[in-house]
Design a protein around this ligand. Structure first.
Ligand code: SAM
Length: 252
């Protein structure tokens, strides 16, 4: 039976492509990719002339069945996304679950991942971290999600697009408080790479004043809740819980 390989590709700097990635992409029977035109450019650069077919959030379930049949017939398939590691805020997770449930072998070919690259160079606690990926686009849903993360003691890691970075940092300030230490990791591995550290308030101002340009791709990292923040977080719900239980018992 065949194998499906989850192949990481560069997040900006083509020199980050690994030797294994190139070898696997050359030898599999076909390559599933998020966007065939985008993939073609990358593959051409490395002289990989394999067949490609699309796999994105709208056809992932259907493709899982097709790929399963091809693996059963002995073919091997590679999956790549537009950038970085597939299935990390990218298509692939559903495919992996479906194929594993069918008993197929799934093998990772590791490489670049923006979250891990940013975390390694941010200077925040990297022993424990919470990968959140993209927050909701609408501000109410975004702030509700941040409320849920408010007491989380691990470093928080977010992905964000340039047109939403300002609004997201504003939400972070208003829900988590402007005093938390944070890092804006921008355009990692590219020519204009920058990693700016400061409090959330300072970084909000830096974006507003254009000192950190709202262009390119961002990883936003925020220090986890301090001990007093987590304590405060825990006592409130427990009090409320007891009150609610007492109220329930008092009811006829
Ligand atoms: N699967 C990818 C990975 O392994 O990092 C992530 C894909 S996700 C659709 C794209 C997001 O990743 C961007 O919006 C940005 O938040 C982050 N990202 C990707 N490349 C980046 C880079 N070079 N610098 C900073 N952030 C990047």
């Amino acid at each position: 039976p065949g194998v499906v390989y989850l192949v990481a590709t560069p997040i900006g700097n083509l020199a980050d492509m690994t030797e294994r990635a190139i070898a696997v992409l050359k030898t599999v029977d076909a390559i599933a990719c998020e966007d065939t035109r985008h993939a073609r450019k990358l593959l051409d650069h490395f002289g990989i002339r394999n067949r490609v077919f699309s796999l994105h959030e709208h056809n992932e379930a259907a493709r899982a069945a097709e790929i399963g049949a091809r693996l059963a017939a002995g073919e091997s398939i590679a999956l790549i996304s537009d950038a970085g590691t597939p299935a990390i805020s990218d298509p692939g997770g559903l495919l992996v679950r479906a194929l594993k449930a069918q008993g197929h072998r799934v093998s990772p070919i590791p490489g670049a991942c923006a979250a891990i690259a940013a975390l390694s160079a941010a200077g925040l606690d990297s022993t424990h971290f919470w990968f959140e990926g993209f927050l909701p686009a609408k501000s109410r849903a975004r702030e509700a999600r941040l409320q849920y993360l408010h007491g989380q003691p691990s470093t928080l890691v977010f992905y964000e697009a340039p047109h939403r970075i300002q609004a997201t940092v504003e939400s972070l300030c208003s829900v988590l408080g402007g005093a938390r230490e944070a890092v804006l990791a921008r355009e990692l591995t590219k020519r204009f790479e920058s990693l700016d550290s400061g409090t959330l308030d300072e970084l909000r101002a830096a974006l507003a004043e254009g000192r950190v340009p709202a262009r390119g791709e961002f990883v936003v990292l925020v220090a986890g809740a301090s001990d007093n923040e987590t304590d405060a977080e825990e006592t409130v719900p427990v009090d409320q819980l007891i009150e609610a239980l007492l109220a329930e018992q008092a009811a006829p």
